[in-house]
Every structure is written in C-alpha cells, then in structure tokens.
Write a protein that binds this ligand. Structure first.
Ligand code: MN
Length: 230
C-alpha cells in the first residue's frame, strides 16, 4: 500500500494498493551514457522490482516522513537512482497513445536502489540482474500526488542530494520516453493493471551511498523523499 497525499487535515486516509512495480532502464541520455550504453534506442528497457521491496516514505496520510533504508547484504556498492514514479488507475493491453495519460492516477518520487556491483557482474557474464534491483527496501517511494492536484508533470527539476551535496540533477523534459509513451510500450509486452507503479528512469549522476548517509530527493510539483541508510 502506498498512501496518497492529503490536501486537508480533515481528509480521510487514502491508500493506493500497489500491484506490480515496473522500472524503465536508461530513460535519460546522460544516465545511458554513464552506463556505457547508446541512448538512441528504438524502445525502452524494462525490468521489475518485487512489490514487497516498496518502502513508503510518508505517514498514513501521505505527509513526507524520513525513512530508514536498510543497507542490503551481498554488496559493497549500493547506488541511488532518483526517479519519477507513475501510478496507474487503469490498465490494459496495447494501450493507444491517446489513452495512456488517462491510465495514470498520480505521481510520486521514488528511489530505484541498485546493488551496482551485482548488476555489473551479472551483465559481464550475460546473466539476469534481478538481484541487483530486487531486495528489501529497494524501492522507497513518496506518497502519491494525484493527477487531480499535480496534473501530468512534463517539465521541472528532478534532483537528489546526499548529505547536502548535489548528486543528480536534471529536468523532467530530459526524459527520452514520457510516462505515457512508456505505458504504450509496456502494454505491448504485458497487461497493465490498476495499482501498477512505473519507475520511469533516472538522470545521470548515480553513485554509491554508505550507512549514515541521508538522501533527499525532490521533483518539482510532485513531492519529496528523505531516506537514511542504516
Ligand atoms: Mn532506475
């Protein structure tokens, strides 16, 4: 469950039931390049995170709350990836471009935490890298900001600061594929469902974090997230 941000003190608690968590790889050119890839692909790359890796960074009413994120085992290189998250209220297969936006319930600020050393090792051997992306607390996310309030953000700053030092900074307009375009591509591969979350990809500047580090993410008009590595 992921709480929805409440506007007024008298609003009831509202929880969004999360179904599947999809993620887009290399959706900002600067990040594709830093991963050694060609940003000019003809379609996005997709992968999953387990739904129970979700870590809501808010209270039950959706107010931002600093969360503890457990440093995962079997890695010496835990990386941060700040991402715009789209939450679906409708789904389907082969969703046409004109209907994709209408499937989105709201947006959040997520962190696609990554065991980069495991990912690099698996890539080198041509093996799957699920375990690089799927582990306890691998998907911290803010409360959802409903479209009725925040609209469909297509520009504005997306940034991540670690211990007060800027690490990632870009604009949502730098996304190669917009959330709607991602929905079109993804719905050709799978049946999308209400409750699905899509982590839409990270800008350049990914890097390692250590125990004790404080991560502060922000997306203009969407929200913020604060997590401490423990
Ligand atoms: Mn990512």
């Amino acid at each position: 469950m992921l709480p929805v941000r409440q506007e007024n003190a008298d609003n009831k608690e509202l929880l969004f039931p999360v179904n599947t968590i999809y993620c887009v790889g290399q959706n900002y050119a600067a990040h594709a390049r830093e991963m050694g890839a060609d940003p000019k692909r003809c379609s996005p790359v997709f992968f999953h995170k387990p739904t129970d890796s979700l870590l809501p960074a808010c209270d039950g009413r959706g107010a931002p709350r600093r969360v503890n994120l457990s440093y995962p085992p079997q890695t010496n290189e835990l990386h941060h990836e700040i991402e715009l998250v789209a939450a679906l209220k409708d789904g389907g297969r082969n969703i046409p471009r004109a209907e994709a936006k209408g499937c989105i319930f709201g947006y959040g600020v997520g962190l696609d935490m990554t065991r980069r050393d495991l990912q690099a090792g698996a890539r080198k051997e041509g093996m799957p890298w699920d375990m690089a992306k799927g582990f306890d607390d691998a998907a911290p996310c803010s409360a959802l900001n409903p479209v009725s309030r925040c609209g469909h953000p297509d520009r504005g700053a997306i940034r991540l600061v670690v211990n007060g030092e800027p690490r990632q900074k870009a604009d949502l307009s730098d996304l190669i594929w917009s959330p709607s375009e991602v929905i079109v591509f993804l719905s050709r591969l799978v049946t999308l469902c209400p409750g699905d979350l899509i982590f839409t990809g990270t800008p350049g500047g990914v890097g390692p974090v250590r125990r004790g580090d404080e991560l502060e993410g922000h997306i203009d008009g969407v929200g913020e997230i604060t997590a401490v590595i423990v």
